[in-house]
Design a protein around this ligand. Sequence first.
Ligand SMILES: *Cc1c(COP(=O)(O)O)cnc(C)c1O
Length: 402
Amino acid sequence: MVKDGKYYAELVEKYCAPNYEPIPVVLSRAEGIYAYDIDGKKYMDMLSAYSALSHGHRHPEIIRALIEQCEKLTLTSRAFHNDKLGEFLKKMCELTGFERALPMNTGAEAVETALKAMRKWAYEVKGVRRESARIIAASNNFHGRTIGVISMSTKGPSRENFGPLLPCVDIVPFNDAAALEAAITEDTACFIVEPIQGEGGVIVPDDDYLPKVREICDKCNILLCIDEIQTGLGRTGKMFCFEHYGVRPDVLTIGKALGGGVYPVSLVCAGAEILSLMKPGTHGSTFGGNPVAAAVGMASIDILIKEKLVERCADSGAYLMKKLAEMKLKNVTEIRGKGLLIGVEFAKPVAHEAAISLMEAGILAKDARPTTIRFAPPLIITREQIDEALVIIEKVFSSLPD
Ligand SMILES: *Cc1c(COP(=O)(O)O)cnc(C)c1O
């Protein structure tokens, strides 16, 4: 039997729940911004595993940190201390400017943890009536896939037939501060929002949205949680996207790129008045804060800083957006985003077709919505590599059907 691409894809189709619809390419090797399929064909990765590969594939220092830690100590559970977690959390608190951080594994877990902590704060600090704390979220959000998190979703397939979901969730339109203010009651614990909606199609709010949201949250005594799982760690040209808007959240969730493209690492960061409420027995995770995660997380941050990836992203993102706009691509109505989180909007629902044609031409990207394709290459991408991508993008887009 020939073990070709079709063979591997069909195994997944046969044995996996069909919960994804992958672009038909089977990768077996990657390095930096390039990935190779099982036939050795080379692709430029312009999705970066939804921003989890910001450092590129298999960054040598991240791989080294992973292997070195694996050779010493991999898991203790939080029943015991290990010699890595403390230094990782110190680094993260210094980086984010928060007093405390709570380690988890996936992004959805970080969001769940943030919701739990903010509800606890609502009862124990704000004084909300028992069992009535409300959470406000923005329409078109993406915060993950657990039951608690999808209770905030406004997308049909994310919610349908998974209920009953969490009660006491209120949805307000994204980019509408007045609607947020109108939705707040004395039972409201928090508002959770992405600074740019990534999965929702790279939706960038007005410049004054988050500042207004911050003001409203302060005035009404509710917590502001900014979910930077996709936008954080340099992706938008600042270490955190909220820096573009001159605001700070009360609670911050980080994940994806924190794991350096090799390991799931997520964190909730907040002030002591919130995270100190999470006493022994209230919350935990067997793998959360394990020494491998801590070693990888520290390496990821060290590399971001040492290789100036945040500054490079600001620069190359501006360049890529400008060039894309100048090319006046056929059927494209808008180019939007910040840094290297860029959405290209088509006049018609051709984004999936575009993603497949791009793959065939050697670029890996994915449709975020039927009319939107997202370009989010690793932050290590160079000008020359961007130019290389632009040639392909122009060619592929000009051959899309009218
Ligand atoms: C990807 C993402 C999540 C969920 O992260 P997982 O690791 O897939 O659970 C949460 N919030 C945002 C903004 C994301 O982009």
